[in-house]
Design a protein around this ligand. Structure first.
Ligand SMILES: Nc1ncnc2c1ncn2[C@@H]1O[C@H](COP(=O)(O)OP(=O)(O)O)[C@@H](O)[C@H]1O
Ligand SMILES: [Mg+2]
Length: 226
């Protein structure tokens, strides 16, 4: 599939009567990696979760894979949307192999993406390193061959070398035709990988543009929004 995967217009959502995101417009096309940046509490996670259907939108329109989307999380997932949540999406009590089997794809495909996991197959996921857990979460997710991937703070607490591995694999998925949104608190890391980015502040998108343009204005953007 080529072209537009996700289009969001005027999206609002919140928690109880408190609004957390306001009037969000964004797009995701096949083949691109887009960063969603912003300080802690800016509304990045709420935006991803609302697009995925985890949080109900109060206003606005989400169009996904060509249809106006109001259905459940699992329906959206079945159509090809993958959400990698802030909390690592692995079953800590199951082995690495069992986790991969539950990814609905082949173990072979997952191990081709992350050969690092090969020697860990028999270990419980709770016993491997944080970086390996995140590789496992990503391997499981990608084995289902999603069309659009929403990755929330994948890099949290991980060494730069591991972060490069994770973003490198996501970047390859985008080169293969998927669309990827990465949420990041470290703007320079994200902009190194992403084609373009949106910067959020207090629930709104304040700036958007190509990564190269945003990197040139990074000092201003950091002091104003991050
Ligand atoms: N479960 C929740 N209940 C109430 N308020 C929440 C909840 N999760 C987030 N918020 C609030 O919504 C706003 C946006 O949060 P969030 O989307 O998590 O931001 P980010 O991911 O950018 O750090 C913040 O003001 C936060 O305090
Ligand atoms: Mg968050």
């Amino acid at each position: 599939m080529t072209g537009r995967l996700i289009e969001v217009r005027g999206l609002c959502a919140g928690y109880g009567s408190v609004s957390a995101i306001v009037d969000i417009d964004l797009e995701l096309d096949s083949g691109e990696m887009v960063a969603l940046l912003g300080a802690n509490g800016a509304g990045k996670t709420t935006t991803l979760n609302t697009i995925a259907g985890v949080i109900r939108q109060t206003e606005g329109v989400v169009t996904m894979f060509g249809r106006r989307e109001t259905r459940s999380v699992s329906r959206r997932a079945r159509d090809g949307l993958a959400l990698l949540p802030e909390q690592r999406a692995v079953f800590m009590g199951l082995t690495v192999r069992e986790n991969l089997i539950m990814g609905h794809g082949g173990i072979d495909y997952s191990l081709a993406l992350f050969p690092e996991l090969e020697g860990k197959l028999a270990l419980r996921a709770g016993l491997i390193s944080g970086g390996e857990q995140q590789m496992l979460a990503l391997a499981r997710t990608l084995a289902a061959r999603p069309r659009a991937i929403l990755a929330d703070e994948l890099s949290l607490g991980l060494a730069p070398r591991i972060v490069s591995r994770l973003f490198g694999v996501l970047s390859a998925a985008a080169a293969d035709g998927a669309g990827v949104i990465i949420v990041e608190q470290h703007p320079r890391t994200a902009l190194k990988w992403a084609d373009r980015a949106y910067v959020m502040r207090r629930g709104r998108i304040e700036v958007s543009g190509a990564s190269s343009d945003l990197l040139e204005r990074m000092d201003d953007i950091t002091s104003l929004y991050l």
